[in-house]
Design a protein around this ligand. Structure first.
Ligand code: FE2
Ligand code: FE2
Length: 214
């Protein structure tokens, strides 16, 4: 069976981005708690990083709910109701994250850390179900390469509409990937974005997140 699949590769890549963003947020939160709080010069970047994680997750779930699942449903047997319910549960957790981020102004990180933990507990089993059900073998058995390329493009265009401001979401996504993944992702983005907008025009906007690209 062919082991390349634009649809599955796209799914695994966005899962890796969100997993990395979530792990980095938890790791940083723990470090701040052990060191009596967030240094003043990291606060803006930390809030921006966690908020962008929230937007990127929201947009990935919206694309699955509105495009991916309805498209797969006719061809692949999977626990769609469970997956959709997980998205609803995680949406509540993401809303709570927003509130927790406003509370860190008063110096408390405990609630934020709890919510990030809750998010990770839901996220791990959720992506495991998706990756097992939407595997290379299953997807390649149903959709040919041409159709998958079309689908992958449709999914990424749909996602970019809901992932918050582009000047934050794109640097967040690219910098939470390992080198090989990042290079593959960059080939999908117009050069003007990767060579001019991101490194020059948008730089001031996303720069506060730089310490969190670990
Ligand atoms: Fe999902
Ligand atoms: Fe997913």
């Amino acid at each position: 069976m062919n082991n390349s699949s634009p649809v599955v590769e796209g799914l695994l890549m966005i899962h890796r981005i969100i997993s990395k963003g979530l792990n980095n947020s938890i790791w940083k939160c723990d470090a701040y708690m052990a060191n009596h709080g967030i240094p003043r010069d990291e606060k803006e970047g930390f809030v921006m990083y966690v908020t962008t994680l929230k937007w990127v997750t929201h947009s990935h779930h919206t694309t699955e709910d509105e495009l991916g699942f309805p498209y797969f449903m006719d061809h692949i047997d999977a626990p769609y109701d469970r997956l959709k319910q997980d998205h609803l549960t995680m949406a509540q957790v993401l809303e709570k994250l927003d509130k927790n981020l406003t509370d860190i102004a008063s110096g408390s990180l405990v609630a934020l850390r709890d919510t990030l933990g809750e998010f990770r507990d839901l996220w791990g089993p959720h992506i495991k179900i998706e990756e097992e059900n939407f595997s290379f073998d299953r997807i390649n058995r149903i959709f040919d390469q041409k159709e998958q390329k079309k689908l992958a493009k449709m999914f990424s265009e749909h996602s970019s509409k809901n992932s918050g401001p582009g000047p934050l979401a794109l640097p967040f996504m690219l910098n939470n990937l390992e080198k090989a993944d990042r290079e593959a992702f960059m080939t999908e983005i117009p050069w003007v974005v990767t060579k001019i907008l991101m490194p020059v025009v948008w730089k001031k906007k996303w720069e506060p997140m730089e310490p969190f690209f670990l």
